[in-house]
Design a protein around this ligand. Structure first.
Ligand code: ASP
Length: 459
């Protein structure tokens, strides 16, 4: 069998007829692009609605017993506009009528919003299939969930492998993203942005040579361009680096989309539908020869809105069971922590602010005092913390990376409140005051990459 590429196109890549034409050109340019996974039409401009959002709105109205025909008509217009402009022959009338009817029924039955939301991909998939002369495979046939709505990976890989047959030369398939069905046949969806996951699952199921994720940015950028204008795309990175950067705030791919392809060592390529000639970002396994590190750092990402809870107790280091009791308090209160840097007689817990809302910060401090026998000042907190992760496989076993990082922050007058470096040496995380966040990211960028003035930063 020839190498198969699975190409997923996001909502902005399919927002209108002009974007559909770009998609056709991209797919037809490479005979290996034999499976296409489309999202629903996204926003055409910043004021526009995503078809998926309109469909969720239809469901909410129907469930409240209100009329949703007006909102559904907007959905219909989007699809009709695309089909008419492209001269497609699919008879949308019955397809739309069926969806509208079912959305009404599901809502009356107290059914979930999943069926309604899935129609964006289901209908768009049929238009894309006609545009490409491909066979449409409804995702309910190949993407399986259990009765609780949990994705069943093994069943889905097997169904995909069984259903998509590449023996006929030139045959292409379209599998709509975002949804599938449970064992009973009820439609289930992934979380928002889940067409990325469908693409990865299909790539894994067919044993693709590469999983292409087409979007509206030319790859994952070295850092947030709102903070450093001119930040350019990363050429090659590893799955682990992607995980670190996305956890720390860089977004380009749904987080559940990495696991299926990573396990099978299928490279992911992020590319822009609006600039297909650009190389994009390639994500490969750490063993891949392409992963040989060229640059010291791969990217810088960060997130705001954290609080550090600090615990202090003389002789803490020899108090057996102290850490366990701290973690038990958090577990019982259902609070997860991000990092836990510790000193001889101190321990800090870095927690996202949203986990501490509604008086939970004071409550957890009180519980910690009680549980650990600590007095008032021994449990304290420091709010307004931002975390910045500097990620790079090139830093490992390279002396001087942290000196450069800390030196850059010192020169910029940024005080570091928390430091955390994993033993993998893949990243160094620093916590700084929220007000220093942008300044700190720019200082790190300048130290490792360049001036950020739109050039290639010495690359
Ligand atoms: N259309 C869905 C959403 O808006 C899924 C996707 O685009 O990946 O979340």
């Amino acid at each position: 069998m020839n190498a198969v590429r699975v190409s997923k196109f996001g909502g902005t890549s399919l927002a209108d007829a002009a974007q559909f034409r770009k998609v056709r050109e991209i797919v037809l340019a490479d005979a290996a692009r034999r499976v296409v996974v489309p999202s629903a039409p996204g926003r055409r401009s910043s004021e526009d609605d995503k078809v998926t959002d309109l469909l969720y709105r239809c469901h909410a109205l129907a469930a409240a017993g209100e009329d949703f025909a007006g909102v559904f008509a907007e959905v219909g217009e989007r699809f009709r506009g695309i089909a008419d402009e492209l001269g497609l022959s699919l008879d949308l009338g019955p397809v739309l009528a069926e969806a509208e009817h079912q959305i009404g029924l599901v809502a009356i039955d107290g059914g979930s919003a999943e069926y309604a939301a899935s129609r964006g991909e289901a209908i768009n998939g049929r238009l894309v299939a006609e545009l490409l002369g491909a066979e449409y495979v409804d995702a309910v046939e190949v993407i399986r969930f259990d009765g609780e709505g949990r994705f069943d990976a093994a069943a889905s890989y097997a169904l995909v492998a069984d259903r998509l047959d590449f023996s006929e030369e030139g045959k292409r398939y379209v599998v709509p993203g975002f949804y599938g069905a449970d064992y009973e046949g009820a439609v289930r969806t992934f979380s928002r942005g889940g067409s990325d996951v469908t693409g990865a699952v299909v790539a894994r199921g067919v044993g693709a040579s590469v999983y292409e994720n087409w979007t509206d940015v030319p790859g994952l950028l070295v850092t947030d361009p709102r903070v450093v204008p001119g930040a350019f795309p990363i050429e090659v990175m590893t799955y682990r680096e992607l995980r670190e950067l996305s956890y720390s705030g860089a977004t380009v791919l749904h987080e559940d989309a990495v696991f299926p392809v990573r396990e099978a060592g299928i490279p992911v390529v992020i590319k822009s539908t609006n600039a297909p000639a650009e190389p994009g970002t390639r994500i490969v396994s750490g063993h891949d020869p392409e992963a040989a590190a060229i640059y010291e750092i791969t990217g810088i990402a960060g997130r705001k809105d954290f609080t550090v809870i600090t615990l202090e107790k003389a002789m803490m280091n020899s108090a057996v069971g102290f850490g366990r009791r701290v973690l038990t308090v958090l577990e019982e209160m259902g609070i997860s922590f991000e990092h836990m840097p510790s000193g001889i007689d101190t321990m800090s817990l870095v927690v996202a602010d949203e986990a501490l809302e509604g008086g939970r910060l004071e409550a957890v401090k009180a519980r910690l005092r009680e549980e650990l026998g600590l007095i008032e000042d021994e449990v304290d907190h420091d709010a307004d913390l931002a975390l910045i992760a500097t990620v790079g496989r090139g830093m490992s076993r390279k002396p001087g990376s942290s000196a450069k990082l800390f030196g850059a922050l010192a020169d910029a007058g940024v005080n570091i409140r928390v430091i955390d470096q994993g033993s993998s040496e893949l990243n160094i995380i620093v916590g700084v005051a929220t007000a220093d966040y942008e300044k700190a990211v720019r200082a790190i960028y300048a130290a490792f990459i360049g001036d950020g003035g739109g050039g290639d930063g010495g690359r």
